[in-house]
Design a protein around this ligand. Structure first.
Ligand code: TYM
Length: 339
């Protein structure tokens, strides 16, 4: 690099999570764990997407508590307000403004094709428009900050493709404004299966381990995990390659230990309950510092509020600049005609 070269810009990373209470192991392995690592290298923005959450139709009395719980999870697993911007979506009204403006370039057919829309729509007799428009708000979240990359799990892939389409269509109609943001989906962790061994780990399915769970709760949950269905008795040889508990061991045990676990399973020298005990202890060990930090934060909700307030101010500074540019490009700056 010569003295005249501009310093290379750090990559801008954005991601968000819906507040449905504290985060769980799937959120942690698929998203949060990587967010924490990214903070040291990139310019990161982490959002709590409460306006997305309302499309699920939960109890409004519970939402503020869920936002606080998720903020506590964010901070407890290691998201750091000194390194990143951490904020709540509804504190930055530019998100909904940009979402509205993106309605102008998003074909309804693209929204109707989304598999998440098709799944969710089945639950309603009369489908709320918010379920259909959900990915437009998600595109606005990301493009408002002109994010270069978005770390997410596999289930968000289609929404991120739509985000790229929205950026392309907007740029074609109104001039080059937005980047084509890259989805950052890590191989092997994009879809963590729940303890039922069947569906994606998800709070609504009750097949999770919460990240702030104590040893007893972790064990309560892990004890119920489904293993190789053909291994009925302890003396039956097991097949680690089809066992979800074994897949989860990969995130907590190193190569030699994994090999031992697999050998003992195949040779029927260790039963499933013992095997789950190892997993439960390892998860507890990983989660203990999170729980300790959470206990401190829960005592100081005003500190959490300060962090989110400050995050919203910093987010708005970026969001405001993008919205001004977009209004201008779309001809919404009528005062310009007066001069
Ligand atoms: P949400 O709240 O469902 O999930 C948050 C993040 O956790 C990941 N995740 C998982 N990863 C692997 N295995 C699992 N079992 C698992 N469960 C959840 C999700 O992939 C996600 O990365 N629409 C988004 C929220 C959102 C958003 C955004 C994300 C709104 N705006 C902008 C990124 C950028 C959602 O419902 O995620």
């Amino acid at each position: 690099m010569t003295p005249t070269d501009p310093p290379s810009r750090k990559k801008r990373i954005f991601s968000g999570m819906q507040p449905s209470g504290e985060a769980h192991l799937g959120n942690y392995l698929g998203a949060l764990r990587r967010w924490v690592e990214m903070q040291d290298e990139h310019d990161c923005i982490w959002c709590i997407v409460d306006q997305h959450a309302i499309t699920a139709g939960g109890d409004p009395k519970e939402l503020p508590g869920h936002v606080l719980d998720l903020a506590v999870s964010y901070l407890s697993v290691g998201l750091d307000p000194e390194k990143s911007i951490i904020f709540v979506q509804s504190d930055v009204p530019e998100h909904t403004e940009l979402a509205w403006l993106f309605n102008a370039v998003t074909p309804i057919g693209d929204l109707e094709r989304m598999t998440q829309f098709k799944d969710k729509a089945q639950r309603f007799e009369s489908i709320p428009a918010g379920i259909l428009n959900y990915p437009i708000l998600q595109a606005a979240d990301i493009l408002l900050y002109k994010a270069d990359g978005v770390p997410v799990g596999e289930d968000q892939k289609q929404h991120l493709e739509l985000t790229r389409d929205v950026a392309r269509k907007f740029n074609a109609a109104y001039g080059e404004t937005f980047p084509e943001t890259e989805p950052l989906i890590e191989k092997g962790v994009g879809r963590i299966l729940g303890l039922d061994g069947e569906a994606k780990m998800s709070k609504s399915l009750g097949n999770t381990v919460p990240v702030l769970a104590g040893p007893d709760e972790v064990w309560e949950r892990v004890r119920t995990a489904v293993t190789d269905p053909q291994r009925i008795r302890k003396t039956d040889p097991g097949r680690p390659e089809v066992c979800n508990v074994y897949s989860l061991h990969h995130f907590f045990a190193d190569g030699d230990v994994l090999e031992d676990i697999a050998t003992q399973c195949r040779g029927a020298t260790r039963g499933c309950v013992d095997c789950k005990r190892i997993l439960s202890d390892n998860i507890t060990e990983r989660f203990t510092p999170f729980r300790e930090r959470a206990a401190e934060l829960v005592e100081k909700p005003e500190r959490v509020r300060e962090i989110l307030d400050d995050g919203a101010v910093r987010a708005r500074a970026i969001a405001g600049a993008t919205i001004t540019e977009v209004r201008d490009r779309m001809g919404l700056d009528w005062r310009a005609s007066i001069g």
